[in-house]
Design a protein around this ligand. Structure first.
Ligand code: NAD
Ligand code: UDX
Length: 446
């Protein structure tokens, strides 16, 4: 099939590359010429494991192209995915300006039947707005081309995006139109061969499903983070509690890790947008309001622990920070808890020596205005003369570090373990003061 993705970011690029992998002819359009230049020169503008080889293979096979040429891109696809950003507006609602601009650009050019797919995460009712924007543009130029608008939210996770797309848990298609549904079924058939994972529902339910999924996952995390705060007070270990409750299949083990708070380009903005939709309809979403508040507080938990240990005035103190990306296996810094933590520590006068395996370039752009931050090429280079090590993101390379070196290089062996990477008993045996999240006892030496 002929497919176009409008927007070549995390979602558009992964969608385009994976659809090309199944034999479709895909054109990825973006308004950012730099992104398209990098792709056309064989580079990948984001860090996403496995994506480079899928892109290279399909470009070489002539099935995947990148362009800024809107005419050519709209003309190419029979199925057009809108995969542009939907960032939070000032009031927390999803800003639809990019989605509607994409819709208009389609309406201004289309001459034959198209299926227009809302892949971006968009509030209930957006398909109607996309439909109206296209209709208006067609009417303006007296064109009569027919089209269908369907919703097909994306559930991929950064860092595992290619796998998630190639082996989806489910594919949700919101469609009121039989022809469009048949085309979506055909497009996704290669991804659901072992058993049918494609669910067709009405458009509004599909749009709502995406927010419900992210809101549920964010709720689990905030819930565990809140229990972790209490576990510390009562002397329980949240890791043992996690295993204890996760063994119940009704609960399950995933997304129950207490930590330094959730970040990323999705949970924070999608929780906000759903709360905002609730408000619009006179429905106060009390649980989700609390999920957001709890996460705001959680991003400060490591800072509170540092302040409790070293005092409110951190002038003259230096901290090694390991892990800057909002989670491992990505260079995405959007809403990363590290940003809040670094901002709060430097505001109190501390100097930061920061390291991340892949997000340094992104992080240095975002943190360029903060003179208190320096970047280190290797994790251990951040340690010398630091008063403590603060771990914010659980990259694999931090799981088994050289503890002797940590002890030798830090001014005193103090570790703030924001992702519960290390067992408190091991830290105690090693003589390392270990401040974890919700693990009952802090191993404070001396
Ligand atoms: P992104 O910022 O990485 O990419 C969006 C791209 O769209 C940018 O490159 C931008 O230049 C381009 N763009 C904007 N307007 C355009 C236009 N009119 N024509 C062509 N290109 C245009 O965003 P993303 O992370 O890929 O997210 C896209 C959508 O998918 C959002 O709604 C997001 O909530 C949703 N989503 C994201 C993820 C994720 O993990 N990142 C997962 C599921 C869903
Ligand atoms: C999320 C959804 O998982 C995905 O389905 C959706 O399509 C996009 O949003 P993503 O933002 O890429 O994906 O990352 P995810 O793995 O969900 O992690 C989000 C945040 O939650 C990270 O900051 C992570 O550190 C945090 N998290 C996750 C926890 O704090 N504890 C957990 O148990 C799991």
């Amino acid at each position: 099939m002929k497919v176009t993705t409008i927007g070549t970011g995390y979602v558009g690029l992964v969608t385009g590359a994976c659809l090309a992998e199944m034999g479709n002819h895909v054109v990825c359009l973006d308004v950012n010429p730099e992104k398209i230049r990098v792709l056309n020169e064989g580079g990948i503008p984001i860090h996403e494991p496995g994506l480079d080889s899928v892109v290279a293979r399909n470009v070489a096979a002539g099935r995947l192209q990148f362009t800024t040429d809107v005419d050519a891109a709209v003309n190419h696809g029979t199925i057009l995915f809108i995969a542009v950003g939907t960032p939070p507006g000032e009031d927390g609602s999803a800003d639809l300006q990019y989605v509607l601009a994409a819709a208009r650009s389609i309406g201004q050019r289309m001459t034959d039947y198209k299926v227009i797919v809302d892949k971006s995460t968009v509030p209930v009712g957006t398909a109607e707005k996309v439909n109206a924007a296209i209709r208006e543009e067609l009417d303006k130029r007296g064109a009569t081309a027919t089209y269908s608008v369907v919703s097909n939210p994306e559930f991929l996770k950064e860092g595992a995006a290619v796998d998630d797309f190639m082996k989806p848990d489910r594919i949700v298609v919101g469609s009121d139109d039989e022809q469009a549904t048949l085309m979506m079924r055909a497009l996704y058939a290669p991804f659901t061969r072992s058993h049918d994972r494609l669910m067709v529902m009405d458009v509004k339910s599909a749009e709502f499903t995406k927010y419900a999924a992210n809101a549920m996952l964010a709720t689990r995390i905030s819930f565990m983070n809140e229990l972790a705060l209490l576990a510390e007070k009562v002397g329980a270990d949240i890791e043992l509690v996690r295993r204890g409750i996760g063994s119940d299949p009704r609960i399950g083990y995933q997304f129950l890790y207490a930590g330094a708070g959730y970040g990323g380009s999705c949970f924070p903005k999608d929780v906000k947008a759903l709360v905002r939709t609730g408000r619009e309809y006179g429905q106060d979403l009390k649980v989700l309001n609390a999920v957001e508040d709890a996460n705001d507080r959680q991003k400060l938990v490591l800072v509170d622990k540092v302040v409790a240990r070293f005092g409110e005035d951190l002038a003259g103190k230096r901290f090694a920070v390991w892990g800057l990306a909002f989670k491992p296996n990505t260079d995405d810094m959007r809403e990363a808890p590290s940003l809040t933590i670094i901002e709060e520590l430097t505001r109190r006068g501390a100097a930061i020596a920061a390291y991340d395996p892949v997000a340094m370039s992104e992080a240095s752009k975002v943190l360029s205005a903060n003179p208190g931050v320096s970047f280190c090429e290797r994790a251990e280079h951040a340690l010398p003369d630091a008063d403590a090590l603060v771990i914010v993101t659980e990259w694999k390379e931090f799981r088994t570090p050289d503890f002797d070196r940590i002890k030798a290089e830090l001014k005193q062996p103090v570790v703030f373990d924001g992702r519960n990477l290390y067992e408190p008993t091991l830290m105690k045996a090693l003589g390392i003061e270990h401040h974890a999240i919700g693990r009952g006892t802090t191993t404070r030496m001396g």
